[in-house]
Write a protein of this length. Structure first.
Lengths: 419, 291
């Protein structure tokens, strides 16, 4: 046991009633109350279904989260990942005691402060300085604590000039900056952060992420972090927890969790067939072919990937065409793009012809990738774009020595020599 | 190992609800927040008004004036020999106002603060408590006005020959404390109930108005007993009426001092406050799901 457990979540569940509070509310309340007098369990806790938003359920009750159990060690930064409606916010709300759980228990050894939304309790008529005190106290700081940090907070917010002006005169960006500045200077034992990094302008976002990194790196601070931004997640957290339909699906090293999450709703597709396009000249299909001439979505790191385009031209025309593609990684960053026309004249012959682009091995880092297709009739200014028409995965096997520690999109085989 | 672990937990969030579950240490830790809320209420209430805090004074003075015109001059309700009607009404109104403001200010705690309660945790009871404290400051100012009017009537007019304070005036803070308990207790009960059933918000609107007529604000209790003896019990056992009557007794020297009544009012105030606290405490854990 390397570090002590600071937070223990045991079997937490939260049940909600669907529909309107109204008809049947009193009768259900009375029924509950009667069962409690008789010393029985709440009858409505037995019913209820898992939280799958898209399906129509049988019951009026759903479990927003159910049977959540995990532990957090002191000083750990835990990332919580999940789709919309997976139960992340509900879990954070219970952790920060905004609402109570229906079942289970949470035990903690430290004070929890949450940053569910910045700027809670700002009063528009009060000055920035007064609001710092009020907001800080709402978030759990004492007056003395705030006083000792007020200069730092004002400085971080960058609103010194307006600090004695009522907040209602602030621009919305300034309000958010001030609010985040207060929140960032909280010093609880456990900090719960929900998507607050998406505030302010680019400069401030950078500052905010930097501050979050400082917080999570300074020892002793335990942070629970929820975000949809996988890049900042991977940067800030070490361990991850994946929620799906209200239950813990996967927990472990943050990179594994992110990869699991991203590949979860991904059916690897190594062949794309165009169906809905009419025209004289079309891309009929695109496939991923490995060196053994098989269609595949799974590649070793050192394996070459061949992207093969099948193009059909029914009649001869004089139009200029352009064929290109891009490789996009799981966090939507474009890693490379290439066009047939870069070096060649793209003359398409009549009939069906094939074109091949090869991505060498020892190049793309491990991970999941998508292929984006662009086919353009340059003369008619007509585009066909197919986003994510193919996807593939590059596995760890065949790595260079220690390459798994490199955080880079591409790890090319460069020419190293002693000179 | 397990047992030692158990002792070190700072707190436990559980689905099991205890009937009485207060963490006074925690409330104490948030005392700064209480005073910041009070400060907020006071400095923002009259922002961008011309008269500012003068409104604190205008309201009771004008209400007393109207009450004197209507109830004493027009309807001929006697206020006691040598006690000016204006002074009589002012005493009743300032006391009643404190109760009213506490009740109205706390009765929509959950609904008014839904936004902030939905985002961060702090002991929810801080909110209604801050309302009671900031109203206390307001009451203090109004009481000073009452004192000024009082001094004026006694020293500069001849109409207040029957007015004399008794030494029991020292229990005035206690009476105000009871008013605070009543207002806060009832307010917490109502605010808890309105999270699920909104009907009470409509009730409270005119309920407070009706209650004023039943709280001996503009007439002495003895006068009511003379005129409507059949309904006297309604007033007799109303703790607010008892407290109002008491305040007038110790400041103006009219009405009867009945210690048993005071004991009764104290008991009722404490019970209402405790019931309110329990209900409020139970509601705060999950109200955000039903509001």
């Amino acid at each position: 046991m390397s570090a002590e457990v600071i937070l223990k979540v045991e079997n937490i569940g939260k049940q909600y009633r669907l529909g309107l509070v109204g008809t049947g509310t009193i009768s259900h309340d009375l029924n509950r109350w009667w069962k409690r007098i008789l010393g029985k369990e709440d009858p409505y806790l037995k019913v209820g279904e898992s939280n799958n938003r898209t399906k129509k359920g049988q019951s009026d009750y759903v479990w927003a989260i159910k049977n959540i159990t995990f532990e957090v060690k002191k000083g750990e930064v835990l990332g919580i990942i999940g789709k919309n409606g997976a139960g992340k916010s509900t879990l954070l709300k219970i952790l920060s005691r905004v609402t109570g759980p229906s079942t289970g228990e949470i035990k903690t050894k430290g004070r929890i402060a949450s940053l569910l939304e910045v700027g809670t309790g700002f009063h528009p008529e009060m000055t920035g300085r007064e609001n710092i005190y009020l907001n800080g106290a709402i978030l759990g700081m004492t007056k003395a604590e705030i006083r000792s940090k007020i200069d730092e907070i004002i400085d971080f917010s960058g609103c010194l000039r307006y600090i004695d002006t009522p907040v209602k005169r602030y621009s919305s960006g300034m309000k958010v900056r001030l609010a985040f500045a207060v929140a960032a200077h909280l010093e609880p034992d456990i900090l719960v952060v929900d998507e607050v990094l998406a505030v302010g302008d680019a400069e401030f976002q950078k500052k905010a992420i930097g501050k979050m990194q400082d917080i999570s790196n300074s020892d002793g601070r335990t942070v629970l972090f929820v975000s949809h931004n996988m890049e900042s997640m991977a940067r800030l957290c070490k361990r991850g927890l994946l929620l799906s339909n209200g239950e813990v699906k996967f927990t472990g090293n943050i990179n594994d969790v992110i990869n699991f999450y991203l590949s979860e709703n991904l059916n690897f597709k190594s062949k794309f067939i165009e169906e809905n396009v009419n025209g004289n000249c079309i891309v009929k299909s695109v496939s991923l072919i490995n060196d053994e001439d098989n269609s595949s979505s799974n590649y070793r790191f050192d394996e070459a990937i061949n992207i093969v385009f099948e193009i059909e031209k029914k009649n001869i025309d004089d139009y200029k065409y352009n064929l290109s593609f891009a490789i996009v990684n799981a966090s939507d960053s474009v890693i490379l793009s290439s066009s047939f026309n870069d070096l060649n004249n793209f003359n398409i012959d009549q009939g069906v012809s094939h074109y091949k682009a090869t991505i060498n091995g020892n190049f793309l880092n491990k991970g999941d990738y998508y292929v984006r297709l662009f086919f353009q009739n340059e003369s008619l200014k007509k585009n066909i774009q197919r986003v994510d028409c193919l996807n593939f995965k590059i596995n760890e096997t065949g790595f260079y020595k220690n390459a798994q520690f490199r955080k880079a999109y591409i790890i090319p085989n460069l020419n190293w020599e002693k000179i | 190992m397990k047992t030692t672990d158990q002792e070190h937990w700072l707190y436990v969030i559980s689905s099991k609800k205890k009937l009485v579950d207060f963490n006074f240490k925690e409330i104490w830790r948030y005392k700064d927040l209480l005073f910041l809320f009070v400060k907020r209420d006071i400095i923002t209430l009259y922002k961008q008004t011309v008269l500012g805090p003068l409104w604190y004074l205008i309201q009771p003075l004008f209400t007393s004036l109207i009450f004197t015109l209507i109830f004493n001059n027009l309807a001929d309700i006697p206020t006691g020999n040598g006690v000016p009607g204006f002074l009589f009404n002012l005493a009743g109104i300032t006391t009643w106002n404190y109760f009213k403001e506490c009740l109205l200010g706390t009765s929509d705690t959950f609904k008014k603060n839904e936004n902030i309660f939905g985002k961060v945790y702090f002991p929810r009871v801080i909110m209604p408590m801050s309302v009671v404290v900031s109203n206390l400051l307001r009451y203090g100012i109004q009481f000073l006005v009452f004192t000024a009017v009082y001094v004026y009537y006694v020293n500069f007019t001849t109409s207040a020959f029957g007015v004399f304070p008794s030494f029991e005036v020292v229990i005035l803070p206690f009476l105000i404390f009871l008013m605070a308990l009543l207002g806060l207790g009832l307010g917490m009960i109502i605010s808890s109930m309105t999270t699920k059933y909104r009907d009470l918000t409509f009730l409270i609107q005119f309920g407070v108005q009706l209650l004023m007529y039943g709280s001996a604000v503009m007439y002495p209790m003895s006068y009511f007993n003379n005129k409507l003896p059949n309904y006297y019990w309604l007033i007799e056992w109303n703790p607010i009426a008892i407290i109002v009557e008491f305040v007038r007794n110790i400041t103006l020297g009219i009405g009867v001092l009945d210690l048993y009544k005071l004991l009764y009012a104290t008991l009722v105030s404490f019970i209402i406050f405790l019931v309110g606290l329990v209900i409020f405490n139970k509601t705060e854990k999950s109200f955000i799901d039903t509001i």
